[in-house]
Write a protein that binds this ligand. Sequence first.
Ligand SMILES: [Zn+2]
Ligand SMILES: [Zn+2]
Length: 293
Amino acid sequence: MDDRIDLHIHSDRSSDGDYSPEHIVNLAKKANLRAISISDHDTVDAYPETIQYGEENGVEIIPSLELTTLFEGREFHLLCPFINWKSEILVDLVREVAKRRRIEARERVEKLQNLGFDISWEEVLHASDPYPPLGVTIAQLILNKAEKNKTPGFSQYLDGENKPFAPYHFYKNYFMEGKPASVPRRNVDLLDVLDKILSAGGVPVVAHPGAYFQSAKKEDLIRLKERGLKGLEVYSSYHDAEQKSLYKSIAEELDLVPTAGSDFHGSIKPHIHFGELDEGGYWMVEELKKRRS
Ligand SMILES: [Zn+2]
Ligand SMILES: [Zn+2]
């Protein structure tokens, strides 16, 4: 076993993830990863079973989840390694997020229906069951149908090299602010979430700070660090070499722990392959451990 880690993996407990926690632990074992986090969207449902599989297979499991939050009107994703998944504070937070997601999804579906898309609330619920549907899950459903029925007008999503990113392109064209099916954002407030995650034993880390939908700036990270942020996902599949080196230097300057995460989901992000992120080292886990409050 080498010392590599991946602290950002999605299982099928995220409505846009493909593989079971058990399968992911097996992949981690095969890829010789020493430690992993399953960090599903808005849920810790993969726990405790993932920990059990990890013990059986000699892979250390760091409990986590990924929360979509708002900070000054922008979307930031927060990873929460070492979260106490049984904590009442977390359970309440997850319940609140699920409630908001359902409202948001329902409004999106209504807008899409008004735009003439063939989609029903029941199929969306069915596709994501039992988890609240994400925007990309709704997008994927529409794209699957369009592909099956050869609906005209979808070639921009489904042809050639665009296809792997189709749900994201659809999301961008329909759900982003100012687009025809955009709905009021109901994400939880990042500062509020930071307090709760710290109280629930987590070590908050801003995920993929350079991803297109957010781009965290140094000034943002300074403010978040003051409010308890501990780490920064410097090594992400979303970042090019330049972004990695930029965020590495910001992390050093602000004394944030650099972390590494692939954001592996399976088929919805086919360009991300399991176990290929090389920069993650076990020392990152040890640094995060030291910052637990
Ligand atoms: Zn994310
Ligand atoms: Zn993710």
